[in-house]
Design a protein around this ligand. Structure first.
Ligand code: 2HG
Ligand code: ZN
Length: 512
């Protein structure tokens, strides 16, 4: 707290002497394992009202062919125990019975697999780090699982132009570590960094915690190579920032969640690593004040604002109770995490403290603390980044990841609380307020169809009414795809179906 105390004299806000707990290791790896076991998850074909497509079933002859082209025993997994993890999503809400897990190393192998599966009419599901939250990366029935885990080479880092070219199986954290010494960062970041793959990040158009500064991956991805359902290699690779030659086909693979093909190479524009970083955690009495904090942060921190996240008190109590993390701010109805970063350390701290001072003076916030060394910063971020994990410890979680205009943003949480009453164990809201992205987590002891019916489609109708999005950053996957019409016009959805028909006419990849 040394640096913070140096500033404490001139700031009006109350700085507690915190007992910072060193949580760095857990922060980095918390999504690598599910807190619960993968067995006894109900099969998706039983839980959901779905029909298996008319695909072939993999035979021993198919397995032999895969062994032949992958030329490594460990690249073709058929062991039932090992397959359990690959067949079950991290949230434990979707489980398939894929009979084989393939781990190719390069584009050519992916192409051969896809060509073969096309001829044999076998359905395929691509799998990355398995940190998705909508059941898009696991089989629903008995699809062949194609993992990108061995496609994890960095192909090039251009230090002059600041570009990275790599294979899709590179783990986000490993890329971040590698780029650090060259003072680069990726233009996005997320709590699942310890295990998510860059290919999955692109496929789901992952948003994360820095979108407020760097924008979405649609802006920073420069090139994509993808293998289509029939094995065709579609080369849209480039490291140029500008390319106005016709349709920008790579965009189709950003956010299409493996429904059109498998990303096999990525080129991305890197951002400069900021020299200075400070984080504040602020307590607010009501949501109006949360909005005021965000709009003041944009105005006062200007280009130094690099993250703006919020949590309600329900969510904070789950984090405190289930993970035993310490909330350094006095109990409040809402908490806002503001990160400022940039080239000047002096300016970064001064701007953040001035900003907090103004908010205290105008009574917009109750209290705030500032963390400005790496351990404290990680600890404050852990409170926000580990919410997902905390909710999982509360029971079965119905998760909603929505975009809404800020004027009605939190009303939906209050509305759901009065609608659901004691049917739910807890109803909490949090997320990326800087991006207008709300995560609503509703927990109950175990999967409860009645409760689900009370929430859906009510929640999607609510979002549709305010022209929000039923999936802000997690995608549609298997779980949410049936709600597409709440956020897409008929013409837009039909155009999507036309593209799907063109690139995957047999619908052997996840349907839309
Ligand atoms: C986050 O922002 C993730 O922490 C997970 O997107 C959101 O728990 C969720 O629904
Ligand atoms: Zn999120």
């Amino acid at each position: 707290m040394a640096n913070v105390q140096a500033f404490a004299k001139r700031s009006l806000y109350y700085l507690k002497q915190l007992q910072w707990r060193c949580l760095s290791s857990t922060v980095l790896s918390h999504m690598s394992k599910s807190p619960l076991l993968f067995d006894n998850v109900e099969l998706a074909s039983n839980r959901y009202d779905i029909q298996r497509g008319n695909f072939a079933k993999a035979t021993q002859q198919d397995i032999n062919y895969f062994k032949d082209i992958l030329s490594s025993q460990s690249a073709v997994i058929t062991d039932a125990e090992e397959l359990i993890g690959s067949n079950t999503d991290w949230l434990r809400v979707v489980r398939g019975s894929g009979p084989v897990l393939l781990k190719p190393e390069n584009t050519e192998q992916v192409s051969k697999i896809m060509q073969y599966c096309n001829n044999r009419n076998l359905a395929v599901v691509p799998q990355g780090g398995k940190t998705g939250l909508v059941g898009g990366g696991v089989p629903v029935f008995d699809e062949i699982i194609l993992s990108t885990s061995r496609m994890n080479n960095v192909i090039d880092v251009d230090k002059i132009s600041g570009t990275l070219v790599c294979q899709p199986g590179c783990i986000l954290q490993e890329l971040e570590d590698r780029l650090d010494s060259d003072n680069f960062i990726l233009p996005y970041d997320l709590g699942a960094r310890g295990s998510c793959h860059i290919g999955g990040n692109l496929s789901t158009n992952a948003g994360g915690i820095r979108l407020v500064r760097y924008g979405s991956l649609h802006g920073s991805v420069l090139g994509v190579e993808a293998v289509l359902a029939d094995g065709t290699v579609l080369d849209c690779m480039s490291t140029c920032r500008k390319d106005n030659t016709g349709y920008d086909l790579k965009q189709l693979f950003i956010g299409s969640e493996g429904t059109l093909g498998i990303i096999t190479k990525v080129a991305i524009a890197l951002a400069q690593k900021p020299r200075a970083q400070c984080v504040a955690l602020i307590g607010c009495n009501n949501f109006e004040n949360v909005k005021q904090v965000f709009s003041s942060a944009r105005k006062d921190l200007c280009e130094y604002l690099s993250a703006c996240e919020f949590m309600d008190s329900k969510i904070m109590s789950l984090v405190e109770n289930h993970l035993k993390l310490t909330n350094p701010v006095q109990t409040s109805s809402f908490y806002v995490l503001i990160e400022a970063s940039g080239s000047s350390e002096q300016y970064c701290k001064t701007a953040l403290l001035d900003f907090l001072e103004t908010l205290i003076e105008s009574k917009v916030i109750k209290e705030g603390i500032v963390a400005d060394n790496s351990v404290q910063i990680k600890d404050v971020w852990a409170l926000r980044e580990r919410v997902l994990e905390a909710c999982q410890h509360d029971g079965y979680v119905f998760k909603y990841d929505v975009s809404l205009p800020l004027r009605v943003f939190y009303n939906i949480v209050d509305d759901l609380r009065s609608r659901l009453g004691s049917q739910a164990k807890s109803i909490g809201g949090y997320g990326h307020i800087g991006d207008g992205n709300l995560h609503i987590n509703i927990t109950c002891e175990e999967y409860n169809k009645q409760l689900e019916k009370a929430i859906e489609p009510y929640i999607f109708e609510w979002i549709g009414k305010y022209k929000g999005s039923v999936s802000a950053e997690h995608g549609m996957g298997f779980i949410k795809r049936k709600y597409m019409n709440y956020s897409k016009s008929e013409a837009a959805y039909n155009t999507m179906k036309g593209i799907k028909q063109l690139l995957d006419p047999k619908r052997r990849m996840m349907d839309i």
